[in-house]
Write a protein that binds this ligand. Structure first.
Ligand code: SF4
Length: 353
């Protein structure tokens, strides 16, 4: 049985695994990330949410700006959702920003503005999954719980030579059991241990080309002993990427542009965007005649599909009756205060109205 197999392999590696990882992190790990400066749960929580599906290099700028605008959980809870989305714009996966806002409000309303200390309590808050809860509890409060994000799954799959499909619940449970076996015995090293796991996955045990020659686990890694560490984790079911096409109507009336707010669910939930239409003819009809200018196509990659956006620009002298619902005319000078998706921000910069 998979759980027994991985737990047996993990028991054979513990406790040297934790000791070696902690020593390696102290000497070779990352120490200069802005959320490592202290053990403030607000900062750790914010960084964890931002780092989901987003690279560290991208998060760095957003993290500082977000903290500058919302320095603590009270400030974030008191802000409007539009303000939060505006600060988040460009990071993608906007559900995270909505949950962030809801979570801040729950911490203030239900916990007096103080984050709970245990992972079991943290996981009850909006948008905090088991791995994020473990990260906050282990970093900030030295709880003996293991994070289990994509990087850690990859490291453990290689370390323990896990052949099973990583997408299945059974495999995830087996890896969680093994991760619990590998935890250090002493809680006071939990922050360094957790950071070590993250650093190992981010800097050495990378998806394509693991640097096993520099890895502190090389002597005991089952994946390396197999001769092909990069074949772990096993390949799961592959998603077939779809292609989607829309025409993006830039309707301008004087120094104003027509924007519509996306629904609360789905892609770009709650953000302000140009009307998305199915064809150039639909744009023409929307404008009620007049000339249109086609702008360069924008390709935007989302998790399950590639989106080809065809911006077309048209001017109208007076606001057409067609532009009366689901949106509003926005002066160019007011665009900075709105939550706009990243491709629209790029388009605005390229046109510089
Ligand atoms: S030895 Fe290689 S495969 Fe094993 S944990 Fe280290 S980097 Fe990953």
């Amino acid at each position: 049985m998979l759980t027994t197999l991985l737990a047996t392999r993990a028991r054979a590696l513990a406790p040297l695994f934790a000791r070696d990882l902690v020593v390696w992190q102290r000497h070779q790990g990352r120490h200069d990330l802005p959320w490592q400066r202290d053990r403030d749960p607000y900062r750790v929580w914010l960084s964890e949410i931002m780092l989901q599906q987003t690279q560290v290099s991208t998060v760095l700028g957003y993290f500082e700006r977000f903290l500058h605008r919302f320095p603590d959980v009270h400030g974030l809870a008191a802000a409007s959702l539009d303000e939060v989305l505006a600060q988040w714009a460009g990071l993608g996966y906007y559900r995270r920003a909505r949950f962030l806002h809801q979570c801040a409000q729950a911490v203030v309303r239900d916990h007096g503005g103080v984050f709970p200390r245990q992972a079991a309590q943290l996981v009850t808050l909006p948008g905090i999954g088991p791995s994020t809860a473990a990260a906050i509890a282990s970093f900030c409060f030295e709880e003996r719980v293991s994070i289990m994000d994509g990087n850690v799954r990859r490291v453990l799959s290689r370390l323990l030579a896990c052949e099973a499909d990583p997408a299945t619940t059974a495999t995830q449970r087996a890896l969680e059991t093994a991760a619990a076996v590998l935890l250090p015995l002493h809680a006071d090293v939990m922050p360094t241990y957790t950071q070590g796991l993250m650093d190992l996955g981010a800097t050495l045990c990378t998806p394509r080309d693991p640097a096993c020659g520099r890895c502190p686990m090389a002597a005991s890694c089952h994946g390396l002993q197999s001769g092909e560490p990069q074949r772990y984790p096993a390949k799961g079911r592959r998603l077939v990427r779809q292609r989607r096409e829309n025409w993006w109507l830039w309707a301008q009336c004087g120094d104003q542009i027509w924007l519509e707010q996306r629904p609360d669910q789905g892609v770009w939930a709650g953000l302000w965007t140009l009307p998305l239409l199915d064809s150039a003819a639909a744009c023409q009809e929307h404008l009620g005649g007049g000339s249109m200018q086609a702008l360069p196509v924008i390709q935007h990659a989302l998790t399950h599909f590639d989106w080809f956006l065809h911006p077309v620009k048209g001017s109208i002298a007076t606001a057409s009756p067609r532009f009366r619902s689901q949106g509003r005319w926005v002066p160019f000078t007011a665009l900075a205060g709105l939550a706009l998706p990243a491709p629209l921000q790029k388009l605005l910069k390229s046109i510089n109205p």
